[in-house]
Design a protein. Structure first.
Ligand SMILES: NC(=[NH2+])NCCC[C@H](N)C(=O)O
Length: 678
C-alpha cells in the first residue's frame, strides 16, 4: 500500500515537472532569443546543439535497428539455465531474466504481437527486489486497446503464474500497480562467485564477431594532439572490451599519410637535405619541419610549383619520391610510437595510402553504376539522392584527385569485402559524425554495406583547459603529448611523495606506482566522463585520491589486496577452503557486495554494445564503495589487543579476492595497469 502511495506521489511530481518544462519550452519557442547575448543562454544553446546531435545519433541507431528487423522472425524459445551447476563462468543476469520473462509473458498472452519486455535493476531500495519487471502496465494498455478488460495487477499475476522455474530467482512479488519484484537466489550468487574464484573472471558467452576498430589515426608530419589522445584512449579500451569477449578485433591506425601536403614536404626535404637518399636526415622535430615547408610553400612561387610536381611524381610512384615519402612517414611514426609505448597501446598502421591502389576501381564502379553526379567540376555522391539531405561526399576533386571521403569509402569496402568485418567502429571527435554517417549512407546505397552492417561512429567532445577554453599551454601553444605525459609523471611522483610513499616503497615499486598513477589517471579521467561531452583536463582533479579517480581506485585495490596479505593467507589456501566449505554470503553487507559483483557481465555487454565506457567506470566506483561498506561492517580478520590474529573469516577473504579480481579486470579493460603496492 505504501508503495502505491509513494508511486502516486512520484507520478504527480513527475507530471508537474513535465508541465513546467513544457511551459518553459513554449515560452522559449515564442521568444526569439537570438539577439540576447547572455552567456547562460549561449551555454543552453550549445547544449541544445549537442542534444540535437545526440538525437540524430539515436534516430540513426533506431533506423539501422528497424532496417535489421524488417521481417518478423518466428520467435525461438530461449534456452534457460535450469541447473546452477551447469554454469561454469559468468552469467548476464539481466539477459537470463529477460529469457525467463519472455517465456512467461508469451505463454500468458500468446495472442499479443511483440509484448513489451521491460526488466531493470531495482535501484537502492531492497523493498523493490533486486530486479524488476515492469511489463504489466504496458501489456494491460495493449489489452485495453483490444477491448479486453483487465488491470496491471491482474496482468502481473497472470505472468507470475506462467513463470518457468529458474535457479537464479528466489521469489517474485507483485507490488504496487503491477510491478513484479524479483529477488535473486543466494545459492546462485554463491555458485557464480565461487566459479570466479576457481576459474578467474570469465566473459559471458557471446556470438563471435570480426570487429574493425579505427582509432588514434593522427596525421603524418602534423602534430598528434589531445583529440588523437582521446581517440587513442577510448579506442584502445573499446578494443579491450571486445577482445575480452573473445571477438576477433582488428585495431587499425588510419594514419593521414597521403595527400598533397607531401608535395611541399618532399620539396623541402630535397632542398634542405639533398643527400637524403644516402644519409638519413636528422629531422627531430617534424612539426617544425612541416611549418618551415608550409612557409616556403606560401611565400615562394617557385617552391610551390616544385611542390606540385613532387605530388605528381609521388602519385605516379617515382622511386625517389616514394623513398622520400617513406622517410618522412618513418620520422612521424617513431614519434607516435613513443606515445603508444608509454600508454601500452597496440595498433596496426594502415593509413590512407594503403587504399590508394584500390581507389581507381572504386571510383570506376561508382561511376558505372551511376552514383556520381557532377558538381562544378567535382564528382559527388549523395547518401540520399532524392532528398539531397546533409552533405554529399566529394569522390573526385575538380583536378582529378581523390579526397578523405574517397579513401574512407574505399576503406569501408575493403573492410567489408576483404576483412569480412561484422562491425565497423570509428573513434574520432564528434565533429566528424556527419562525415561517417554519409559514408554509411553512400556505402549502403552502393551495396557495400548490407542489412545488419553499419558504421558506428564513436564520437567524443573536445578537451578543455581548466579555464574552460581550448586546451593550450600557458603561452598559448598547443600542448605536445609527450610533454603532457611527462608532466603527468612528475605530478604523480609529487603526489606519492606527498603521501610519504617514497619512504615505504623500493625505488622499483615507486617507479611502477608512479607510471600506473600517471597514465592511469589520464586514461581514467577521459573514460569516466560521458565521451560525447567536452571534458576539462585537470591534473589536480585526476590525481585527487578522493572521488571517482584512478588514484582512488588503485589505492582501494591495493588495500583489498593487503587484507589477505596481512592475514597471511595464500591464494591456494583460499581456494582449498572454498572447495571444502563453499562460498557463503551470510551477512547482509556480503550479500549486497556479492550482488554488485554479479552485475559485471551485464555491464560488460552493455559497454560492448553502446561503446560508452563511463558505465564501466561508474560500476568500478560502485564496487569500491560497496566494498568499503562491507569492510566497515564485517571483520575479515579478527585481532586481539596485541595485534595477534585470533580469527580468520575465510568466506570474507574469498569475497575480497573476487572483488579484487573483478576490479582488476575492469581496470585492465580500461587499459589501466594495477600495482600490488603503492
Ligand atoms: N577512417 C578514418 N577517417 N579515421 C579517422 C581519421 C582521423 C584523421 N586522420 C584526423 O586526424 O582527423
Amino acid at each position: 500500500m505504501s508503495n502505491l502511495k509513494t508511486l502516486n506521489e512520484r507520478t504527480s511530481k513527475a507530471e508537474k515537472d513535465t508541465k513546467a518544462i513544457e511551459e518553459e519550452i513554449d515560452k522559449l519557442d515564442k521568444d526569439d532569443l537570438s539577439h540576447v547575448a547572455d552567456p547562460r543562454l549561449e551555454k543552453l544553446l550549445s547544449e541544445n546543439e549537442k542534444l540535437k546531435h545526440r538525437l540524430a545519433i539515436l534516430e540513426n541507431a533506431i533506423k539501422a535497428e528497424s532496417a535489421n528487423q524488417g521481417s518478423k522472425i518466428s520467435r525461438k524459445r530461449p534456452n534457460l539455465i535450469t541447473d546452477i551447476n551447469s554454469i561454469e563462468g559468468t552469467v548476464c543476469i539481466l539477459d537470463e531474466l529477460k529469457n525467463v520473462f519472455e517465456i512467461a509473458i508469451t505463454s500468458a498472452y500468446p495472442d499479443l504481437d511483440d509484448p513489451p519486455l521491460v526488466i531493470t535493476l531495482s535501484g537502492n531500495n531492497p523493498k523493490f527486489g533486486d530486479y524488476q519487471c515492469n511489463s504489466a502496465m504496458p501489456i494491460s494498455q495493449l489489452l485495453k486497446a483490444k477491448n479486453v478488460k483487465t488491470n496491471p495487477r491482474e496482468v502481473a499475476n497472470n505472468i507470475l503464474n506462467k513463470m518457468p522455474l529458474s535457479p537464479l530467482i528466489e521469489r517474485i512479488e507483485v507490488a504496487g500497480a503491477g510491478f513484479l519484484n524479483i529477488y535473486l537466489h543466494k545459492a546462485f550468487a554463491e555458485h557464480v562467485l565461487n566459479c570466479i574464484l576457481q576459474l578467474g573472471v570469465k566473459p559471458p558467452p557471446v556470438k563471435k564477431e570480426k570487429v574493425i576498430v579505427d582509432f588514434s589515426s593522427p596525421n603524418i608530419a602534423k602534430e598528434m594532439h589531445v583529440g588523437h589522445l582521446r581517440s587513442t584512449i577510448i579506442g584502445d579500451s573499446i578494443c579491450r572490451v571486445l577482445e575480452f569477449l573473445n571477438h576477433d578485433v582488428l585495431r587499425l591506425n588510419h594514419l593521414g599519410d597521403w595527400g598533397t601536403q607531401f608535395g611541399m614536404l618532399i620539396a623541402h626535404l630535397q632542398e634542405k637535405f639533398p643527400d637524403y637518399k644516402t644519409h638519413s636526415p636528422p629531422i627531430s622535430d617534424l612539426q617544425a619541419f612541416y611549418k618551415e615547408s608550409k612557409k616556403r610553400f606560401d611565400e615562394d612561387e617557385e617552391f610551390k610549383k616544385r611542390a606540385y610536381s613532387c605530388v605528381v611524381q609521388l602519385q605516379s610512384g617515382q622511386p625517389d619520391f616514394i623513398a622520400a615519402w617513406k622517410l618522412i612517414c618513418e620520422v612521424s611514426r617513431r614519434e607516435f610510437q613513443k606515445i603508444y609505448d608509454r600508454l601500452n597501446i597496440n595498433i596496426i598502421d594502415r593509413g590512407e595510402s594503403f587504399y590508394q591502389s584500390r581507389m581507381d576501381a572504386v571510383v570506376k564502379e561508382l561511376k558505372e553504376k551511376g552514383f556520381l553526379e557532377e558538381d562544378e567540376g567535382r564528382l559527388i555522391m549523395w547518401g540520399n539522392p532524392e532528398s539531397h539531405e546533409g552533405i554529399p561526399l566529394t569522390v573526385v576533386k575538380s583536378d582529378g584527385g581523390y579526397t578523405y571521403d574517397t579513401s574512407d569509402l574505399t576503406a569501408i569496402k575493403q573492410r567489408v569485402e576483404e576483412e569480412k568485418g561484422d562491425r565497423f567502429i570509428y573513434v574520432t571527435d564528434a565533429g566528424q559524425y556527419t562525415h561517417f554517417m554519409t559514408i554509411d549512407a553512400c556505402a549502403r546505397r552502393a551495396g557495400i554495406l548490407k542489412n545488419g552492417q553499419k558504421v558506428e561512429h564513436v564520437g567524443f567532445g573536445v578537451v578543455l583547459g581548466e579555464d574552460k577554453k581550448k586546451f593550450k599551454t600557458r603561452s598559448g601553444d598547443t600542448v605536445k603529448l609527450i610533454e603532457l605525459l611527462d608532466e603527468g609523471l612528475k605530478r604523480a611522483l609529487d603526489k606519492l611523495v606527498e603521501k610519504g610513499r617514497d619512504k615505504v616503497l623500493t625505488p622499483e615499486e615507486l617507479k611502477k606506482a608512479q607510471e600506473a598513477v600517471a597514465y592511469g589517471c589520464i586514461k581514467y579521467a577521459d573514460l569516466s566522463h560521458n565521451r560525447i561531452n567536452d571534458y576539462v583536463f585537470s591534473f589536480d582533479k585526476m590525481l585527487d585520491d578522493k572521488g571517482n579517480t584512478a588514484v582512488y581506485l588503485l589505492y582501494a585495490l591495493t588495500r583489498i589486496r593487503s587484507i589477505a596479505r596481512t592475514a597471511q593467507i595464500s591464494e591456494s589456501k583460499l581456494l582449498e577452503e572454498a572447495k571444502k566449505s563453499g562460498f557463503k554470503l551470510a551477512h547482509e553487507s556480503e550479500w549486497k557486495l556479492g550482488k554488485v559483483l554479479l552485475r559485471f557481465p551485464e555491464i560488460i555487454l552493455k559497454v560492448a554494445n553502446d561503446l560508452y565506457l563511463h558505465s564501466l567506470c561508474e560500476y568500478l566506483y560502485e564496487i569500491s564503495s560497496t566494498f568499503t561498506e562491507f569492510y566497515d561492517k564485517c571483520y575479515c580478520v579478527e585481532k586481539d589487543k596485541d595485534g595477534q590474529i585470533v580469527n580468520i573469516f575465510y568466506e570474507r577473504l574469498m569475497l575480497c579476492e573476487v572483488t579484487a579480481r573483478i576490479m582488476e579486470k575492469c581496470l585492465d579493460i580500461l587499459g589501466i595497469k594495477t600495482v600490488s603496492k603503492m
